[in-house]
Design a protein around this ligand. Structure first.
Ligand code: UDP
Length: 485
């Protein structure tokens, strides 16, 4: 009997870092001949201008409300509100949408001699056969389950961070958690398998740190529960490569029904050029500025789409960067720097111009980051170590200098500094002298550059034909086809 057409509904958490790896994933599935509906929030689809331009006959965009007013900044300070609002408003909209997408008929694939699935002649997609939901939206797994659709979970963060959450019950058993009040964050942590030789308290995801009345951050049990919840899905998909996180993946596997490591996806399946992926307008004048700089001479500074820094931190970074003496390109989103406590009204942009002098620094509100990282002039990347940024730097072989803010950034930066050794980890110390010294070291160390280049070669082998990520993706496509039949 002919198999039904496979139609996957891909549903990312509606933030930049999640879209940036789940859209290449959707592109990969469409490239493998599967029909894909990519589900945005109404707010994001408006910002991206996606609705009007379907990029491929097998990939389309739909949207549902996220429940927040359009002028809400959806920044890190309001993240919890977004999580709650999605749980109430978006989950109801998701249920209604999925139910309606299940009521269409599903033709047999035998009609298509190229083995690919196709929309019907008026562009209509057949019934959804499988859902891939962001693991950060645990309720989406339940909704799909209740409606009888096979569901897979996708984690956009590192596998090592997910293993830390899965290990949390053991850390409580071993009395590693909660951290003792006033305890030393440099103490090693027991209980995260495969990481005992290098993991310190300060390297666990930020929600493990002391907070609240009893020393346990109220978000930690929720995040742990959500992570275990992915075990209900048919499989867990990671945007990572086996050679980067082999041990973590192996220790996650017993908790899940299946695990796929199919990344770094941005390097395997860049979203089609016609598809906007940035929620901010990319300012590509910075690429022209880089064209005028010497090879490997520039420090690229970008702290992602969410991080917000205090005015004091900004001043320490700026002073350290200027003292290190290398030209730098700095991404400063308009909402990124807090106000000065002493009433100094100088804008961060003016402060940079005044401190660095003309030509030595360039500031943009948002950069085409992947183009910047592959530019010959970039010598190192001062980053918050978000997982996408980490993978983007790894693929380009650019040495990293990490100053993590929250979430998985603390553990990612430990891997950079102590495991892959493709950069340095400055976590928790934001002082101009330290910034100056570590920028110099990241720019000048042959050892770090060689490790970064070797790591890039290794990951390129993973994503090339026959490499582990390419093979895993093939296995995943077959798995989805089987679930869809
Ligand atoms: N990014 C970009 N331009 C910028 C800054 C960031 O395109 O000026 C992209 C970056 O390439 C990455 C994403 O935004 O793909 C940020 O994701 P990440 O996981 O690194 O951090 P988050 O924003 O989630 O903290």
């Amino acid at each position: 009997m002919a198999a039904a057409a496979a139609h996957v509904l891909v549903f990312p958490f509606p933030l930049q870092g999640h879209i940036n790896c789940m859209l290449p994933f959707a592109t990969a599935l469409a490239g493998a001949g599967i029909l894909v509906t990519f589900l945005h929030s109404d707010h994001n689809i408006r910002r991206l201008g996606h609705a009007s331009a379907p990029p491929s006959p097998r990939l389309r965009f739909l949207s549902i409300p996220d429940g927040l007013p359009d002028n809400d900044p959806r920044s890190v300070g309001g993240l919890l509100e977004l999580v709650k609002s999605l749980q109430v408003v978006a989950s109801a909209a998701f249920r209604a949408l999925l139910a309606s997408l299940l009521s269409t008929t599903n033709p047999s694939r035998a009609d298509h001699h190229d083995g690919a699935d196709a929309a019907d002649s008026d562009g209509g997609f057949p019934s959804v056969t499988c859902v891939v939901a962001d693991g950060y939206l645990p309720w989406a797994i339940d909704v799909a389950d209740e409606l009888g659709v096979p569901v897979l979970a996708f984690r956009t963060s590192s596998a090592c961070s997910i293993l830390a959450f899965l290990s949390a019950p053991r850390l409580f058993e071993l009395k590693e958690l909660p951290f003792p009040a006033g305890g030393d964050l440099d103490e090693p942590v027991r209980g995260v398998p495969g990481m005992e030789s290098f993991l310190r308290r300060r390297d666990l995801p930020s929600s493990f740190r002391r907070a609240g009345e009893h020393g346990v951050n109220p978000r930690l049990p929720v995040l742990v529960k959500d992570t275990f919840h992915s075990g209900k899905a048919r499989a867990l998909i990671f945007n990572t490569a086996a050679s980067l996180e082999r041990s973590a993946l192996a220790h996650i596997a017993p908790h899940m029904r299946d695990v796929f490591a199919v990344g770094p996806l941005h390097a395997m399946f860049p979203a089609p050029a016609a598809v906007a992926t940035s929620l901010w307008r990319e300012d590509d004048r910075c690429v022209a500025w880089l064209d005028g700089q010497a090879d490997k001479s520039v420090v690229y500074v970008s702290l992602g789409s969410l991080a917000v820094m205090s005015h004091e931190q900004f001043t320490e970074f700026l002073s350290g960067l200027v003292a290190a003496g290398h030209p730098f390109l700095w991404v400063l989103r308009p909402d990124m720097v807090g106000e000065s406590r002493d009433g100094d009204a100088t804008t961060p942009q003016d402060a940079i111009r005044a401190a660095a002098g003309d030509g030595k620094a360039h500031v943009v509100a948002w950069a085409p980051q992947r183009d910047v990282l592959r530019h010959r002039a970039v010598g190192c990347f001062l980053t918050h170590a978000g997982w996408n940024s980490t993978l983007e730097a790894v693929v380009e072989g650019v040495p990293m200098l990490c100053w993590p803010f929250f979430a998985d950034q603390q553990i990612n930066s430990r891997f950079v500094g102590a495991v892959w050794r493709n950069g340095l980890d400055m976590k928790d110390v934001c002082e101009r002298g330290v910034v100056e010294k570590t920028v110099r070291e990241a720019m000048e160390s042959d050892e770090i550059r060689q490790s970064a280049e070797a790591l890039a070669e290794q990951v390129k082998r993973d994503i090339a034909d026959g490499g582990s990520s390419a093979m895993e993706l093939k296995r995943l496509v077959s798995f989805i086809r089987e679930l869809s039949s």
